[in-house]
Design a protein around this ligand. Structure first.
Ligand code: HEM
Length: 422
């Protein structure tokens, strides 16, 4: 790719060799001009190099997540609140509509409530401004950013897009530091309000020599990472779920029957219901197999001279994992293009424990930090939507081609009609 030596891994055995068996060899991240600016010198988790500081920062984040998830109900409660808010708006719409902005607003709202404890009304101007900043940043980054790949471009006069990237970066960093300061000023150990508090607590409770390695900026950046990595990914996945349900009404109906049988209509679906709703869970798996948000995950970099599949791979080579290819490999999937949730179920109708060649969250050292949170978020939102509404398309054919982008699988705009089932 350009002047950066790159290896793309397309086969499952080689992906596992690199991601798991030789995980330290492949655990680096390539550097980039914009990455360095956004992360205040790689003080985040997602773009930071593989180092003792990064390991400690992941450990800190895990400890905060564990504390937060010790009461999984807190997250589910936030999802239910956000779902109820959006339901009120959706139920006033009586014509075909594009679900995109509603889904995005819900996902931003849940992650914001989780990280910074604030919940916005769906049309709050402050919230809408924040969303437009993030959307604009995603648009600008969507197809890759030339100076990140071609060093010389960094030294030419800045283009309008580069100037805008820097402005957006300032706005985001300001927000992250202000939220952190607001928490620090009002922090008390006995009243942990959200993940930001959990991180401050976990940082304070670290042994002194470890605490000294992580600055406040590392905490701010960890939270921005969660926000950045957790919103688009879950929103796109949920949009694909809706698209598939609209295109496959018989599968939608089977999911709804399962919810009606095991949960009923008197309360919203909870994460505890997951074991009783394997078909709904299988739908979610199958959507993530066919349309995963990050086609190549996040690029890795080799930390030493190493090998994969018998080939030499020198230190500092960029390595990309073709997760989309793994999810469509006919060696592992019968009729891989077919939308068939039952491939994730065993003969008793339970979710199969481990499917080969299914790695939406990647694996090994750099595995998605938010996997457990994403699974709760997606499962609860998706099943609540199925429980409450029937989805159909307003006489328009469903287009499964994503928007043109080399890295993300973002669904093209589409319209739906909903009917309340209760
Ligand atoms: C559908 C939802 C999601 C999918 C499919 C997804 C997928 C991924 C993938 C493929 C990676 C790259 C792993 C690698 O480099 O090998 C990743 C990294 C990451 N994800 Fe997620 N993710 C999702 C949601 C989330 C959420 C909700 C959060 C936060 C709460 C999150 C936080 C992160 C972070 C911080 C990293 C960087 C990890 C590191 O470099 O050590 N993700 N994710």
């Amino acid at each position: 790719m350009g002047i950066i030596p790159t290896v793309i891994i397309n086969r499952m055995d080689e992906a596992i060799e690199a991601l798991v068996t030789k995980q330290n060899d492949f655990a680096g991240r390539p550097k980039s001009w914009t990455g360095e600016i956004f992360t205040e010198g790689y003080k985040d988790i997602a773009m930071a190099p593989f180092s003792p500081v990064w390991q400690l920062q992941r450990k800190l984040a895990h400890s905060a997540f564990r504390h937060f998830a010790a009461s999984k109900d807190v997250l589910v409660q936030k999802i239910h609140e956000s779902f109820s808010d959006v339901s009120q708006v959706l139920e006033k719409i009586n014509e075909p509509f594009d679900p995109r902005s509603y889904v995005y607003n819900c996902m931003y709202n849940v992650i914001y409530a989780m990280t910074y404890g604030k919940r916005f009304s769906i049309d709050d101007p402050e919230f809408l401004r924040l969303i437009s900043v993030i959307n604009e940043a995603n648009e600008l980054f969507g197809g890759g950013f030339a100076p990140d790949f071609i060093n010389a471009l960094r030294y030419l006069p800045r283009t309008a897009a580069q100037k805008r990237i820097l402005e957006l970066c300032d706005i985001t960093l300001k927000l992250g530091h202000e939220e952190y300061q607001r928490h620090k000023d009002t922090f008390t150990r006995n009243d942990i309000r959200d993940l930001c508090d959990d991180l401050i607590l976990a940082h304070q409770d670290m042994p002194e020599e470890e605490r000294d390695m992580l600055t406040e900026t590392h905490i701010v950046q960890t939270l921005l990472d969660i926000f950045g990595a957790g919103t688009d990914t879950t929103a796109m996945t949920l949009l694909w779920c809706i698209k598939f349900m609209v295109a496959y009404p018989e599968i939608q109906k089977k999911g709804q029957d399962e919810i009606d049988n095991f949960v009923g209509q008197d309360r919203l679906v909870n994460f505890h219901d997951k074991q009783n709703l394997p078909y709904c869970d299988a739908i979610l798996h199958e959507v993530m197999r066919l349309r995963l948000p990050a086609v190549f995950g996040v690029p890795h970099k080799t930390t030493v001279d190493t090998t994969v599949g018998g080939y030499d791979v020198p230190k500092d080579t960029m390595v990309m994992f073709n997760l989309y290819g793994l999810h469509h490999d006919p060696a592992y999937w019968t009729d891989p293009e077919k939308f068939d949730p039952t491939r994730f179920l065993d003969e008793h109708g339970s979710i199969r424990p481990k499917m080969p060649s299914f790695l939406p969250f990647s694996a090994g050292r750099r595995v998605c930090l938010g996997e457990s949170i994403a699974k709760i978020d997606l499962f609860v939102f998706f099943t609540c939507l199925l429980q409450r509404y029937s989805w159909s398309e307003p006489g328009e054919s469903v287009d499964f081609e994503p928007k043109p982008s080399p890295l993300a699988m973002d669904p093209k705009p589409f319209r739906i009609v909903i009917k309340i089932r209760l």
